[in-house]
Design a protein around this ligand. Structure first.
Ligand SMILES: [Zn+2]
Length: 343
């Protein structure tokens, strides 16, 4: 079973996507749209939502020129349109575990699907996200069909990390680049989503200004979790807890949050060291402790952990033990910071 298999059909274009929507639409209306599109850009800015709107504009029976889909016709209301296929991480029905990659069998299925006649619409559409999660064999299988795409079939690849996509796949796609919107646009949008005003700035900082990710931080109480994680990290510096114990507790937390928290600490420390004490940092409520650490550690030490962290973000997607990854990185953190006197 694919997660998000029933993507919401009542989509709309986000305020910061209006220009890019017009550009894509103009290309489509002039029949210049490529059969493979690559929606690239940072995580948390609404690429999937945009792709879903694009899908509806192709499948809607009213075939509206400028809208993402009428939201009213039976095709827009279908939870699973027969001319649409969504490819993402699968959930094992027995164990409930989410896969860490997009496998060749999933790509074979969409190749079969792409060769069939469409059921209701003039077009068929396949969304693959995140495209960089395809295994090498999945990516090679997809490449073959992208080289000779069947008439009327559109592939939309969504990628947060295009550097992890094969160059040949990229060369077969029309690139649509998404960017982080202006901070004011994000703030206005978060307010319109009824996000508590006081949470907007801290959540935007944590999400590196990506508005959808910032909304997730506020909606899912990630921000409270983040505060606990930062306290965990700083208590290791303080020598008041064993890194091994923290590593075990982190296993119970949604997997990208602990590394995101550590990343935010490192990013703050590098800023405090390079720009100075006035820097705009993410973990502002811990400014004094972070400044203290920044004064005591070397850039080299910080970059060693940063390298390890970037490697860990990659390893998390493989079968390497998550506990081992956390233990390694927290031990390194302890060795770097345990001489710092916390006042
Ligand atoms: Zn419709």
């Amino acid at each position: 079973m694919d997660i998000n298999n029933t993507i919401n059909n009542s989509e709309f274009i986000l305020p910061w996507q209006e220009l890019i929507w017009q550009q894509v639409l103009n290309t489509k209306n002039q029949n210049h749209i490529a059969h493979a599109l690559l929606f690239a850009g940072p995580l948390g800015i609404g690429k999937l939502q945009f792709a879903t709107a694009f899908k509806s504009s192709l499948l809607c029976s009213k075939n509206s020129i400028s809208e993402p889909g009428c939201g009213q016709c039976r095709f827009c209301k279908m939870s699973e349109h027969p001319d649409f296929h969504n490819v993402t991480f699968e959930v094992d029905e027995k164990t409930g575990k989410v896969s860490k990659s997009i496998k060749i069998d999933q790509i074979r299925k969409i190749i079969e699907f792409s060769l069939l006649h469409s059921h209701y619409s003039k077009a068929k559409i396949i969304i693959i996200h995140p495209a960089e999660a395809m295994t090498v064999s999945a990516s090679n299988a997809l490449l073959k069909i992208l080289e000779e795409p069947p008439e009327g079939t559109y592939f939309v690849l969504i990628s947060n990390e295009t550097h992890n996509l094969s160059a040949t796949i990229k060369s077969r796609c029309q690139l649509v680049q998404f960017k982080i919107p202006d901070a004011n646009v994000s703030r206005q949008w978060l307010l319109s989503q009824s996000i508590n005003k006081e949470l907007i700035e801290p959540c935007l900082k944590l999400a590196f200004n990506a508005p959808i990710a910032a909304k997730d931080y506020a909606d899912k109480k990630y921000i409270e979790q983040h505060i606990i994680l930062i306290n965990n990290i700083l208590s290791i510096t303080n020598n008041s807890v064993d890194p091994m114990d923290i590593a075990s507790t982190w296993l119970k937390i949604e997997s990208n949050l602990p590394l995101q928290a550590l990343y935010s600490c490192l990013s703050d420390l590098i800023l405090l060291k390079s720009v100075g004490s006035e820097s705009e940092i993410i973990n502002d409520s811990n400014r004094a402790i972070l400044q203290n650490i920044a004064n005591s550690v070397s850039f080299t030490g910080l970059y060693v952990i940063l390298d390890k962290l970037l490697l860990a973000k990659h390893q998390i997607k493989s079968n390497i033990s998550l506990l081992g990854i956390y233990e390694d990185i927290l031990n390194l953190w302890q060795r770097l910071t345990n001489k710092v006197k916390i006042i």
